[in-house]
Design a protein around this ligand. Structure first.
Ligand SMILES: *[C@@H]1O[C@H](CO)[C@@H](O)[C@H](O)[C@H]1NC(C)=O
Ligand SMILES: *[C@@H]1O[C@H](CO)[C@@H](O)[C@H](O)[C@H]1NC(C)=O
Ligand SMILES: *[C@@H]1O[C@H](CO)[C@@H](O)[C@H](O)[C@H]1NC(C)=O
Ligand SMILES: *[C@@H]1O[C@H](CO)[C@@H](O)[C@H](O)[C@H]1NC(C)=O
Length: 374
């Protein structure tokens, strides 16, 4: 079956979001202190329709923002991960990349965390010039923020998406997408992209110097208060209720919800929502590993950690499967009407074709398995 490559149908949201952006910038500049509207969650759904796709194929990458140059490669481990991503995306005609955050790290003593503005050279050095092979450079990156993105200027990343390059898709901190594909274009996937920093951190506990920016930014935007946390949880719950007709619901955040890692501050409340509303999977990073926790008869949610885009570290106690420290890689997934197949790809040892090694694979069910439609 030959599939022709087709990009998601463009909608008029570019113009809408641009004018929203300009008016919100105006509000911030003139009144100061008010939360810019592009940081606020919106009920608007960004719709994609893949009329040529029998199945919906995508990659998940996180924590990729260049931890430092490798001995042999200008872009460090990022470059090998990018090669393996190109191989997989080509082979399966992947449609997009789900980016779970930590987009820009500090690379050396002279460097800084995150980015400073829409014109920062890191856009080219760490993103455009790294994932720039034939297939990859055409794919949109559906983005959420990691903690490192908050350390300097998070709004500059949103502004870049809204005014410079929409392929880095990040219209606000919280947003919802819906993708339709398959027979009669009827299989519906709903994606709820969230900012988990708000639930993971309690600003009173932040003492590390390098995290001062996160604290200041959360404070400036008023996102540290209990009311703000309640509002965001309520917003997520409302989106979950509204989208109960979806065949799959995926929630995308930065911080993990596996085992002991899920017990931090307000994260258990997020976990409880995902289970209550039959979310199919939660995609995150933050732990610099590849790891997985399968659904059980008590919890329909599958948990994926894809946080090995350029850094390596330890995983969570309580996972079902995980790679050892030292692995770099990403997740590849393919959604069908009834099931989603997934593979964890280790890009640490590339073969001659630049393909990474599949180190773990599995299948999860659509929501009808857990929650039959009436
Ligand atoms: C970015 O560069 C453009 C073109 O040089 C300039 O007009 C704009 O003011 C710059 N923005 C920032 C935030 O530096
Ligand atoms: C990708 O970026 C590198 C710089 O890192 C550059 O040398 C190369 O020409 C670029 N390739 C494409 C296809 O744009
Ligand atoms: C952060 O970025 C925003 C949007 O690009 C810009 O308006 C603001 O001045 C920047 N803030 C700092 C402190 O540089
Ligand atoms: C990249 O892959 C090549 C080929 O497998 C390997 O020799 C090299 O060490 C890898 N580099 C990094 C930084 O992982």
């Amino acid at each position: 079956m030959i599939q022709t490559s087709k990009r998601p149908t463009p909608r008029c949201f570019y113009i809408v979001s641009l004018s929203l952006f300009i008016s919100s910038l105006y509000i911030t500049l003139s009144f100061g202190g008010l939360l810019p509207s592009f940081l606020e969650p919106s009920a608007k759904i960004y719709e994609e329709s893949y009329s040529d796709a029998e199945t919906l194929d995508f990659l998940i990458i996180g924590d990729w923002g260049n931890a430092g140059k490798g001995r042999d490669l200008k872009h460090g481990p990022q470059a090998n991960v990018s090669k393996a991503m190109e191989f997989v995306a080509n082979q399966h005609n992947s449609k997009f990349i789900v980016n779970v955050g930590d987009n820009f790290y500090k690379r050396s003593a002279k460097d800084y965390q995150g980015i400073l503005s829409v014109n920062d050279s890191k856009w080219e050095e760490i993103w455009l010039n790294v994932y720039n092979s034939t297939k990859l450079k055409r794919l949109p990156w559906y983005t959420v923020a990691g903690n490192h993105d908050w350390y300097t200027n998070i709004t500059a990343q949103i502004e870049y998406s809204l005014t410079i390059n929409q392929r880095f898709f990040f219209p606000s901190l919280f947003y919802v997408r819906s993708s339709l594909f398959g027979k009669e274009i009827k299989t519906k996937v709903v994606w709820i992209h969230i900012d988990s920093n708000i639930f993971y951190y309690n600003i009173d506990d932040i003492i590390e110097i390098k995290m001062e920016g996160l604290k200041t930014n959360l404070l400036n935007f008023g996102l540290h208060t209990q009311q703000a946390i309640e509002d965001k949880l309520k917003w997520i719950e409302q989106r979950l209720i509204e989208n109960q007709d979806a065949d799959y619901i995926f929630v995308v955040g930065h911080h993990p919800l596996i085992g002991v890692c899920s017990q931090v501050n307000n994260m258990p409340r997020l976990l409880e929502l995902l289970e209550r509303y039959y979310v199919s999977a939660y995609f995150a990073g933050h732990n610099h590993v590849l790891e997985y926790k399968a659904p059980t008869k008590f919890s329909p949610v599958a948990f994926f950690i894809s946080g090995a885009g350029c850094k390596t570290g330890d995983g969570c106690e309580g996972r079902d499967w995980g790679m050892p420290k030292g692995t770099f890689g990403f997740v590849h997934a393919n959604i069908k009407e009834e099931t989603m197949d997934f593979e964890f790809i280790d890009a640490t040892k590339l073969n001659k074709q630049s393909a990474g090694e599949i180190v773990y694979s599995g299948t999860i069910n659509s929501r009808s398995y857990w929650y039959p439609k009436i």
